[in-house]
Design a binder for this molecule. Structure first.
Ligand code: FMN
Length: 181
């Protein structure tokens, strides 16, 4: 039941207090990401912790989409984690080809959720950010050209009470028994 509580409590936090994150808390979030499952245990990820204020602001700006009014909040967060996608191992890469699904992208999503759930446990707020200018972010973080940054995660203490009801499809809409229809 404990894990379900954390899942229920995790929401995307888009307003942060100007307060640093304790090193141990941040490390536990990263540890949760490190322990995530992945296809063929390829672990196709590197997590870059961006906490140097000026660099962090620049990285936050790569996520800003002014016309859509998106991701302005990222600059408020004291930490941004960039999830870099690494090449899969041979078995995962072969599986991806044969089964025509990109396992590393699935793996990164799982690692991201591990990080965000641990953040909830630590009393921290987080938001996955998939809308970013990857080219700019890669340049700022010195990520080699051939690699990708599918996601950023903003992390910090929420500005206010974050509990809110989740907007989700109903259980009945979501779950089928034994067959699609
Ligand atoms: C892959 C992915 C990319 C996302 N990108 C963004 C983003 O760029 N900006 C943002 O504000 N939220 C982003 N989100 C957060 C979603 O909007 C959010 O998870 C969804 O609306 C459900 O709300 P909740 O997280 O509060 O439960 C992203 C979430 C995922 C899983």
């Amino acid at each position: 039941m404990e894990i379900l509580k954390s899942i229920q409590n995790r929401v995307s936090v888009r307003s942060y207090r100007q307060e640093d994150i304790e090193k141990e808390k941040l490390e536990r979030c990263l540890e949760a990401g490190r322990l995530a499952p992945s296809a063929c245990n390829a672990q196709p990820w590197t997590f870059i912790v961006v906490d140097e204020p000026e660099l962090k602001d620049q990285v936050a700006r790569t996520a800003r989409a002014q016309t859509l009014n998106m991701n302005k909040f990222a600059a408020q967060a004291p930490v941004i984690i960039a999830l870099v996608m690494e090449p899969a191992n041979i078995t995962s890469a072969l599986g991806s080809k044969i089964k025509r699904k990109h396992y590393p992208l699935i793996d990164i999503g799982i690692a991201a959720e591990h990080i965000c759930l641990q953040a909830t446990e630590e009393g921290l707020g987080s938001c996955m950010i998939g809308w970013l200018n990857e080219k700019k972010a890669k340049k700022l973080l010195k990520v080699p050209a051939g690699k990708r940054i599918p996601l950023l995660i903003s992390l910090g203490y929420p500005n206010s009470e974050t509990s809110r009801s989740k907007q989700r499809k109903s259980f009945r809409q979501t779950v089928r028994c034994n067959a699609y229809r």
